[in-house]
Design a protein around this ligand. Sequence first.
Ligand code: V0D
Length: 256
Amino acid sequence: MLKGWGEMENSLEEREKELLAKIDPERLPGHVAIIMDGNGRWAKERGLPRSAGHRQGVETVREIVSCSHRLGIKVLTLFAFSTENWKRPAWEVNYLMSLPQQYLKKELPKLVEENVKVNLIGDPSRLPPPVQKAVNQGLEATRNNTGMVLNFALNYGSRMEIVRAVQGLLADIQEGRHKGPVTEEVFSRYLFTAGLPDPDLLIRTSGEYRLSNFLLWQLAYSELWFTRTYWPDFNRCHLLQAVYDYQQRERRFGKI
Ligand code: V0D
């Protein structure tokens, strides 16, 4: 028997309540990183253009940002656009590039009000100037916020990040700005994620089991959580389930 709209919403809410009751607020993952995969396949299965999958994916971003904020997660990193994504068809890249503006136009007032700080990792210099402008406005408007860090990986690639860190460190050594040993702590200050804690939990949607050049250094000790759910179908209950599973794993680890 198909359920009506009200009942479906209700069951999502019931599930959310159950999960919230099981989650220990004292042992939340401080930093959650997400590879938001499966928009294209979600659209294809519905006979829709890939852009429809991306559009629905933005709705999921709204829900997950809001849920993370309410839960008390300190850093949420979302892999929005990789250095490899430039190889996609021009129309799709153009559509993707319209999303930061679209998202910020609607969400920025709420992010400001909720004390969320927008941050960027990756190389913004290759992004179209209007995208750079929109993103800079988001950074600027939330610069002094002290709540959750909403970290978008835009034109991000982990190997590029590591090579640039080496270049930056080398330049600082050669020009006398860095003296002393090169430790892990020193090196990590040259990454895009300088100042942010490493992710405690990585989530990847859509049944792919790879890191795809995402945060290779930073994920060294993270718990990895995979789901076959496509990103447009991912909701707050999936996030809460991932956090709950993370806490179960932590608990087992502690007993060894
Ligand atoms: C498409 C699913 C939000 C994954 C989510 C440019 C792919 C929706 C942003 C965004 C994308 C980025 C920066 C910012 C504010 C919002 C975004 C892209 C793709 C690629 F400051 N969603 N989103 N950016 N998708």
